[in-house]
Design a protein around this ligand. Structure first.
Ligand code: UGY
Ligand code: MN
Length: 243
């Protein structure tokens, strides 16, 4: 049917909902045979960058002057650090510290979620080293005692990290136990299922493939709907002085 100009996507000062029908691809410096859908960046008020990189087989990403976290959505990539290669498949992830020379190369046609943020050093703390892992190898914890809402932290919970990337999984009908309002900002990609996201004074139906950015202090709440668990990948800045 002809496009009639309707979409669930919306851009507000406190939040952004970006649905796949509005995705526009762009090339970024250091990308070969790959395109980016940039979801969040300083252009919309975020203090980090988040994009989905769609990579053809042998397509690659060069390092950027920031920390980088990647999560494999589909396909498989190899991360090369000087002499060592790390293979990541769906659900695999890597934390790559700022200044670490590395290359990300797609072994097959792949989609990866990329987060980039300038590192905020803390006096007396060694910056973190590179980390490679797999979502399925990590334990999950119930959120505030609710076993129907499980949180998996992909990065260690230490002050050396100035951001976190977590996976939150809600059984159908599970809800965030409170409306949150906090200093941290979020970048969120719906991986599976769906539900209703409250952002500020609006309630949005959301589903797998949608992206949400939440500014600091944006009131937020989620309730899972449907027959499969709802699952999202969520970034937040933290562990640093708010001044
Ligand atoms: O970590 C968080 O702040 C998380 N509970 N927020 C959210 O799911 N919107
Ligand atoms: Mn939150």
């Amino acid at each position: 049917m002809q496009n009639l100009g309707a979409t669930r996507s919306t851009s507000k000062p406190t939040h952004l909902l970006q649905t796949p029908d509005t995705f526009v691809r762009t090339r970024l410096p250091g990308m070969r045979d790959a395109m980016a859908i940039v979801h969040a960046s300083p252009a919309n008020g975020a203090r980090f960058a988040q994009y989905t990189a769609e990579m053809a087989t042998t397509g690659s990403l060069d390092p950027v002057p920031a920390q980088r976290f990647i999560y494999v959505l589909d396909g498989a990539v190899t991360v090369t650090l000087s002499a060592t290669q790390y293979a990541l498949e769906q659900g695999g992830f890597a934390y790559l510290p700022q200044g670490l020379d590395h290359h990300v190369v797609a072994s097959v046609d792949s989609r990866i979620e990329v987060f980039e943020k300038p590192y905020l050093a803390l006096d007396g703390l060694e910056p973190p080293a590179a980390i490679f892992g797999r979502e399925s190898d990590l334990p999950s914890q119930p959120l505030m005692g609710d076993t129907a809402l499980q949180v998996r932290s992909l990065l260690p919970d230490t002050m050396a990290f100035d951001f976190a990337v977590n996976i939150m999984e809600y059984q159908p009908g599970a809800v965030l136990p409170m409306v949150e309002m906090h200093v941290m900002e979020h970048g969120l990609l719906m991986l599976q299922g769906g539900g209703i996201y409250r952002l500020d004074e609006s309630w949005y139906p959301v589903t797998a493939g949608d992206f949400i950015w939440m500014a600091p202090y944006c009131p937020q709440w989620f309730g899972a709907l449907g027959k499969v668990p709802a699952k999202y990948l969520i970034y937040k800045d933290w562990n640093r002085n708010p001044l």
